[in-house]
Design a protein around this ligand. Sequence first.
Ligand SMILES: Nc1nc2c(ncn2[C@@H]2O[C@H](COP(=O)(O)OP(=O)(O)OP(=O)(O)O)[C@@H](O)[C@H]2O)c(=O)[nH]1
Ligand SMILES: [Mg+2]
Length: 430
Amino acid sequence: MTEISCVNGHVNPVDKKQCAICGLPLVEYKEELDLLLKRLRGRLLTFEFSAEKIFVGIGTAGKKIMGGFSSATVQIPRTVYLTFDSPQEKAPSRVKTPQGRAKEYTFKDYPPGGGLYCTVGRRVSMKDEGLEPFLLNAGVSQVKEGQNIIIVAAMGGGTGSGAGPVIVSRCREINPEAHTFAIAITPAKAEANHNHFNAYYGISSLLNFEGQLNVDVIVVLNYDELQQVTGVGMQGEELKLDGLVIALMQMLGQDIGHSGASRVARLSEGLGVQAYVPCLGVGRSMEIFGSLTNILESAYLLPMAPVEKDNILVAYLLIRIPDRLSDVLTDTVINERFDSWAKAKFPNLKASLCLITRLQERTDRVSVCVLLGGDSLDNTLQNTKKGYQEFLTYLNKSGQMEKVGLYDDTIETLTASMDNYNNNLQRLRS
Ligand SMILES: Nc1nc2c(ncn2[C@@H]2O[C@H](COP(=O)(O)OP(=O)(O)OP(=O)(O)O)[C@@H](O)[C@H]2O)c(=O)[nH]1
Ligand SMILES: [Mg+2]
């Protein structure tokens, strides 16, 4: 006769519903298991992995910032952190950068000595066959809820400036519906001309890559300005340099959902404004500053790259407000204050937008990031353009163009992208 055991192991005949010894229900485990597997199989077949937000750090600085960002951020479902770099960055002699939760990709076939030039980073990443499968596995795909992709890189080196635009373009090929944002750090004035050259090339290729618009929004931070600004973190600690870039990423990438990103991307596209200069006021105490207008003013005192106020066409406010200030700083109040501040400040402003995030915190600290768009990149990248031109002259004179992988048509394409962008804005202003 077939027997069945209760959870305590007492053996019973199969026709019984309860154990004759301990009274517990008798379960046909095999039957239960089959039923469970059948239900699960149905679920597994409809399960599809896709990420909602993909943060990407490229090159040494990008990777370091991404490591810090992913460690400082609480685990959010459907958020992915990726880094891309050249292999020599893994050498034991180099300072180990924090990886946090980031998945690491190392480009194959990098020449010894790393990137140095943007042309190398671009060539290596373009022919790297592992890049696309890695992006697909990481969750870049066309999903109906939408996808935001946020990249961060310093543009002075060869990897960030060369591979950064290629990675964005690959992501766009996989998911043309994705909203793409780039945080690009341009070199300090005193850096070498080849760093400025890389940066000019990198930013031009972020605007336009092989004849296609590339990122929706580029946020340009200059390394000189970045070194002058400070902020205050959640625990009252001072925020500097990469700490500020991480705060910017939190506001731009983490706080904004897909609908916020869509509004920014659509407005930027409609106006033809891709490049923005951020003004950061991180952790400003309301008690000390007294008003939102004063906090906006303090952020505007130190824009993160050169900006001409008469050229500004669009201003976005990204703002984090602790709950305890929500009664005073309602959505209506914030929108009104920002609108009147921006109109008074920028005489040619055509549009403004506020994206508000409320935090469950007991502090009185407000963080703002004002993104100013519409200025000419000749102005925002002034030192970089100068360094780029000087380096080009040097390469031409010394006959080294081809040695660094540069050809006349490459130069034409990249200057045409910059000029088109600037000329369109000029038309919009007049
Ligand atoms: N955010 C940030 N930027 C830095 C730091 N140190 C240097 N930079 C900037 O980073 C640029 C160099 O970028 P890297 O990320 O080192 O270069 P890469 O992309 O790895 O390229 P290669 O190493 O040349 O292949 C410099 O031109 C500086 O402007 C830093 O600590 N933080
Ligand atoms: Mg590097």
